[in-house]
Write a protein that binds this ligand. Structure first.
Ligand code: COA
Length: 624
């Protein structure tokens, strides 16, 4: 549907109303007297209000991406976070995080389980950090004279503290191990601006794209769109992994979607830049060509739809990669690249300069001095439930995450199996929705109310998810009625969560079971970020509660036994956090003791949108 621009008089009225609602004008002010010397905040406010009435994203596009809910999501009140924090944060009540002796036994069991799963997690990360293995790295660095992808990131990013997304993706897939899905993605700062990066790892089968690699790139682009983050592609890829072409090429969410997204993102004013730092063959060639600005590296970067072997097969003629699609050719003749770099170092310097020309307002460098929690984050390992039945009160976890262990609880004595309230995470105000038992009728109503409060007040929501694996079957009419009421209340909360126009972060701290996981903003409810603790279980049902094989269909007990064992083992494996992360059902596994840091980083990343000028643009930048 076309978006109609309001008339100038309507626009002026909108501006006034918008500015009033932004708290910059007194209600009686006739016209907005804009100061001559504008501060950064005023400029952003002015531009933001101007953009509100006409700066709509192409609505059909956002709808298509399921992103329209978070369009104008962030608070328009741009008061200093520092001042707000100073004034309010220290008045919230302090949580009692002491672990009572009655909990000690469960705590110890959880701790042992956490240590075991973290050991496995470290082993997997170690495997992933080696990309395609030592030989492939040697071939890549010695023979092909290229930098390993992690070295490239060091040159690209301001510092090494980037948030890597889904590093375990691609492990143990039906088609084998694809370390990091053959492509590193994450969010890091370049020139002070948070950016999403997507970098092929050519040590993994020449950087070719597997189905899981496509999924990973699409997720990174989704994050860029949802959070309005500019994107950098480091392209070093042999294109599609041909043996799996049928899972890569034809469908809507296959390879071509990456290029489609590039155009849409550009039209949404999300800039994208690329470095051709290796081979860009076939489909891979479109990534840099569709980027708004591209650098190609001499003797290393090549870009063509069909490489020299194919030319030889078709024409019998030998042509060198350089002559067919090298840096000189694309910088001087074809125009597929905009900058020529004689080395990798020069290329990353060039792309950093390109980013500095995007005219972005970086986040203000105000450091909010915040209090640390009063209790050790290491103790979260004993609070991470190995099983739903080993769950301890969630406020013990909150007391190890929130600034100063302070928490302004909402409806503390009602629907207590869900804990809701406000607190700060490294100075960022956040609304908390945390499971503390089964999601009862009252708990769901409270959740709906609280989620709407956050949405109304433009406060990001953090869901701490630990949902129950099963619900007891009703044994009476009154129980069945109670179940129906609960279902209705949960449906209301689902609607509230789906429609809350604020950023959402979900951390699965224990169970992610069945339909309650949707209510707690599971993956299908599009949280901006979703991470798992390594102890997390993700499944429709808990296999450990099975005593018979559902619908086994015969009375042969021996067969039942072995079938049950087999089914339990299968479900057990498929429920693990690592299985989930390998398939990109989340944005990665994080350690409990790092949770506060990761959440604070996400909140800072989300904040960047506040300082952006979002002006209307229906068309992408088109390469000429
Ligand atoms: N599909 C499946 N596997 C591929 C592949 C592809 N498109 N391209 C490369 N590979 C595999 C190779 O078979 C090799 O596997 P191995 O390690 O098990 O032997 C591995 O990737 C590395 O390839 P190699 O050629 O040894 O590395 P390289 O660094 O010298 O060159 C490329 C990498 C990508 C430049 C080169 O392999 C190439 O040009 N591949 C063809 C790309 C192509 O035509 N793609 C069309 C996609 S539609």
């Amino acid at each position: 549907m076309p978006f109609l621009l309001p008339s100038p008089s309507l626009r002026a009225m909108w501006n006034t109303v918008a500015l009033r609602s932004l708290g910059r004008l007194s209600p009686n002010a006739a016209s907005p007297p804009l100061p001559r010397l504008q501060t950064l905040k005023n400029r952003v406010l002015e531009r933001k209000s101007r953009d509100l009435h006409r700066g709509k994203q192409p609505a059909h596009i956002l709808q298509d991406q399921g992103l329209e809910r978070t369009r104008d999501v962030l608070p328009c009140r741009l008061g200093s976070n520092k001042a707000k924090y100073r004034r309010w944060a220290k008045t919230y009540p302090v949580l009692d995080g002491r672990i009572l002796s009655v909990y000690r036994h469960v705590f110890e069991e959880n701790l042992r389980n956490s240590e075991a799963v973290i050991k496995r997690y470290s082993e997997l990360l170690e495997t992933v950090s080696k990309g395609g293995g030592e030989n492939a790295i040697l071939r890549h660095t010695q023979r092909n004279k290229k930098l390993f992808v992690r070295e490239r990131l060091k040159l690209l990013l301001d510092d090494e503290s980037f948030l890597e997304l889904s590093p375990l993706a691609g492990l143990n897939m039906p088609y084998g191990d694809v370390p990091a899905a053959g492509c590193l993605t994450g969010i890091g700062k370049i020139c002070g601006v948070w950016c999403v990066f997507m970098a092929n790892d050519a040590t993994v089968k020449g950087g070719t794209i597997y189905p899981i690699g496509v999924k990973k790139q699409l997720r990174a682009q989704e994050i860029a769109m949802q959070n309005r983050l500019l994107s950098v592609y480091l392209v070093d890829s042999g294109g599609a992994f041909l043996p799996l072409q049928s899972e890569l090429f034809p469908d809507k969410s296959h390879g071509g979607r990456v290029f489609y997204n590039e155009a849409i993102m550009s039209a949404m004013r999300i800039p994208q830049v690329a470095v051709v730092c290796g081979s860009c063959v076939a489909g891979g060639a479109y990534v840099p060509t569709m980027a708004e600005e591209t650098v190609i590296i001499d003797k290393i970067g090549t870009l063509f739809l069909a490489g020299p072997p194919l030319v030889k097969a078709a024409t019998g003629e030998y042509v060198s990669p350089e002559d067919l699609g090298g840096a000189k050719l694309h910088s001087e003749v074809s125009g597929c690249s905009d900058h020529f770099a004689s080395s990798e170092k020069e290329a990353y310097e060039c792309i950093r300069n390109a980013i500095s020309t995007l005219n972005y307002d970086p986040l203000p460098e105000e450091v909010i001095e915040h209090d640390s929690p009063l209790y050790s984050s290491e103790e979260l390992l004993g609070l991470a439930p190995q099983d739903y039945r080993c769950t301890l009160p969630v406020k013990l976890i909150l007391s190890r995450l929130m600034d100063g262990s302070r928490f302004q609880e909402f409806k503390a004595n009602y629907g207590t199996t869900l804990v809701t309230g406000f607190g700060h995470m490294e100075g960022h105000l956040v609304g908390i929705v945390a499971n503390n038992g089964e999601l009862s009728h009252d708990a769901s109503l409270k959740g709906s109310h609280f989620v709407q409060l956050c949405s109304q007040r433009s406060i990001p929501i953090l869901f701490l998810q630990n949902t129950a694996p099963h619900t007891a079957e009703p044994t009476s009419i009154s129980q069945a009625e109670a179940h129906s009421n609960r279902l209705k209340a949960q449906a209301s909360m689902m609607a509230a969560v789906a429609c809350a126009a604020v950023p959402k972060i979900t951390i699965v701290i224990g169970g992610c079971y069945g339909s309650e996981s949707y209510v707690m903003c599971g993956r299908s409810f599009s949280p901006n970020f979703l991470f798992l603790w390594p102890n997390a279980r993700v499944a429709l049902v808990d296999s450990r509660h099975f005593s018979t094989v559902p619908q086994a269909g015969d009375n042969d007990c021996t067969r039942d036994e072995s079938e049950l064992k087999h089914l339990k083992e299968k479900l057990e494996e498929e429920s693990s956090a690592f299985y989930s992360s390998a398939r990109l059902w989340d944005d990665g596994v994080i350690l409990p003791q790092n949770t506060r840091k990761v959440i604070a980083q996400c909140l800072e990343i989300l904040e960047q949108q506040k300082y952006q000028v979002i002006s209307p643009c229906q068309y992408p930048v088109i390469r000429m």
